[in-house]
Write a protein that binds this ligand. Sequence first.
Ligand code: G6P
Ligand code: MG
Length: 210
Amino acid sequence: MKKGVIFDLDGVLLSTDDMHYAAWKSIADELGIPFDRQINNRLRGVSRMESLEIILSQSSRVFSPEEKLALAERKNERYRALLQGLTPAAVAPEVRDTLSALRARGRKLAVGSSSKNTRLILKLTGLDSCFDAVSDGTNITRSKPDPEVFLKAADFLGLAPADCAVIEDAVAGIDAARAGGFLSIGIGDAAAYEKTDRSIRSLSELLEIV
Ligand code: G6P
Ligand code: MG
């Protein structure tokens, strides 16, 4: 039994993949850089600036640090405009039911996400009341696969990593969980990752593990 459960946000509690894709695609198109869904999949769990580096690596043009910051900012404005369309309906009933059941069992719940838009997404979907703590892109200096975001989440919950499970859909997130000493549980793409401690096909299966 684990006292705490830490959830990655994007790809675990809901998916804003299409919005990230549309925002990055518009930037890439303006620059004439090839960008498709396959490249977008590589950006899962990766920070905004690292995502930009991956996109720009498809171009031979050299961008200054100022140009990169401006591009990342432009992408974020477009992404945030798209996020405004999010409603509580973006979260599957199974996700809400699983969170409620875990809370009813006395588990402490946290979010551990690289996104600096985490609080906005939680508010728009009404998930903000479901968690005891939030650790996100605004309180870390190192991205996954560094364990910092999850170590902070455990700290915010007042629990040791060994007492917490981490649920992730990204390989970098599973690596981060393992590096931090957490039980790693993979869902989606990460369910097939050989380093994942446990794999689930849907979130309610968590109730059989934690
Ligand atoms: C999550 C998503 C990534 C995204 C990152 C940063 O980890 O899976 O695709 O790049 O957050 O998001 P942000 O909202 O800070 O740009
Ligand atoms: Mg994710």
